[in-house]
Design a protein around this ligand. Structure first.
Ligand SMILES: [Zn+2]
Length: 266
């Protein structure tokens, strides 16, 4: 008991030291919140915690770029702040599985191979805005990270990739992130499958969907794309898919439609 309290204190001191190693200047923090409005729509305690987690992510992860792209403090803070949002109440330990974040100027074309049902291997190109690999570095296209700040339409590459990291924190990505006590994997999967089936039938009927069609690729993509909408267009997701929204609230321990409601200035 005494030992665990001592350990807790050591951890707290380590975190405090990391935060003071990576302070975020006030003006840069304010600019980041203005640039990414969904980060700003929070109560002061959440915003302070988000800023603390952002400092810790700046300290714990290694940021690098490819080619001529120069990484600025503003870029690193923009990435870390958005990455911190999903784990605001869950803790950064879910991101312990990787260290490197590699930023490309733009999207990347990757040559892929896949075998069909008859075992014939086909080659194809895939255009990527980001990618999270188990244990490997996380890649992000800076053009896409920037674009996410300009619209509230539910597109957010950083949240997408870090939702995959959360999913992979307990093995291969399968659409099941760490679940809270009282939420079973089958209850979670039932909710996910139902909403995924509804999306697929909307797409077949050529109906407009709130959740990006890419989510129909599979359970793990459905969770990642849903997470983008959950954090950046929460009220719309709650209105369109209330049961699925409620499950996401239980997993993330957040209710961004309620907590993220902008307060009107008088
Ligand atoms: Zn994905």
């Amino acid at each position: 008991m005494v030992l665990s309290r001592l350990w807790q204190r050591v951890q707290q001191q380590r975190e405090q030291a990391a935060v003071s190693r990576r302070p975020i200047p006030d003006d840069l923090w304010k600019r980041t919140l203005v640039r990414y409005p969904f980060l700003q729509r929070r109560n002061p305690a959440d915003t302070a915690e988000l800023r603390r987690l952002t400092s810790l992510l700046l300290d714990r992860k290694e940021y690098s770029t490819v080619g001529d792209l120069v990484l600025t403090d503003a870029m690193a803070v923009a990435i870390a702040a958005q990455a911190a949002l999903p784990v605001l109440r869950l803790g950064l330990q879910h991101y312990d599985g990787f260290v490197g974040i590699v930023v490309h100027a733009d999207q990347v074309v990757a040559r892929r191979q896949a075998a069909d049902d008859d075992g014939v291997v086909h080659e194809f190109d895939e255009v990527l805005a980001g990618e999270a690999m188990e244990g490997g570095p996380l890649f992000l296209s800076w053009a896409d990270v920037r674009a996410a700040g300009w619209s509230d339409e539910g597109y957010n590459v950083v949240i997408h990739e870090f939702a995959h990291v959360l999913d992979m924190s307990q093995g291969a990505a399968n659409g099941i992130p760490p679940l809270p006590p009282g939420l079973s994997a089958s209850e979670w999967m039932d909710g996910l499958q139902q909403t995924l089936a509804a999306l697929r039938s909307d797409l077949e009927a050529a109906r407009q969907t709130l959740i990006d069609p890419y989510a129909a690729e599979g359970e793990e993509e459905f969770f990642a794309v849903s997470s983008e909408v959950f954090f950046t267009a929460a009220a719309a997701l709650q209105a369109a898919h209330p049961d699925w929204y409620a499950l996401l609230c239980r997993v993330y321990l957040q209710d961004p439609a309620l907590e993220g409601t902008p307060t009107r200035r008088r």
